[in-house]
Design a protein. Structure first.
Length: 143
C-alpha cells in the first residue's frame, strides 16, 4: 500500500496541480510501479464520474437579475444612511430613558405618603419605652 504522501502526489498529478520537477518524479513513479498506475487510473475515473453525474442546479433568473438586486440594495443602504442614523440615535436614547423612568416611578410610589397610614398600624398595639441614662440605652417595645 502506498503512503498518504504518495497518494496525495498522485491526486495532485491527476488534477494537474504539480510543478514540472515534481510532475517528472511522479511520472517516473507511474512508469515503474503498477500499483501507482492503478491508483492514478482510479482517481481519474472518480473525477470523470463526478463530472458526468454532478447535478446541475438551475435558477429561473439570470445572473444580471441577482446583481441588479444587490446593486439596488447597496444604493438604498448608502442613500438612506442619514435617516437610519437619526432613528438609531433616537432608539439609543429610548433604551436608556425607559428604564430610568421605570426606576423613578418606583421611587415616587414608595416615597408617596399613603392616606391614613400613619398611626393606624399601631392603633391596636401597646408601646412600652425603657430608658437608662446610666447605660445610654433606650428601648422601644411594641406589642
Amino acid at each position: 500500500m502506498k503512503t498518504t504522501e504518495v497518494i496525495l502526489d498522485l491526486q495532485a498529478y491527476v488534477d494537474s496541480e504539480l510543478d514540472a520537477a515534481r510532475r517528472a518524479e511522479v511520472e517516473r513513479l507511474l512508469n515503474g510501479d503498477a500499483e501507482a498506475r492503478q491508483i492514478a487510473d482510479g482517481l481519474r475515473e472518480v473525477g470523470r464520474l463526478v463530472r458526468e453525474h454532478e447535478p446541475v442546479a438551475q435558477v429561473p433568473e439570470t445572473r444580471e437579475f441577482y446583481w441588479s438586486q444587490i446593486q439596488r440594495r447597496i444604493a438604498a443602504a448608502e442613500g438612506g444612511g442619514a435617516a437610519h442614523k437619526s432613528a438609531s440615535s433616537a432608539l439609543n436614547w429610548l433604551r436608556w430613558l425607559a428604564p430610568a423612568l421605570g426606576v423613578a416611578a418606583v421611587v415616587v410610589f414608595v416615597a408617596m405618603p399613603r392616606p391614613g397610614a400613619r398611626g393606624q398600624e399601631f392603633a391596636d398595639s401597646t408601646t412600652v419605652m425603657y430608658q437608662s441614662d446610666a447605660d445610654g440605652l433606650t428601648i422601644h417595645w411594641i406589642e
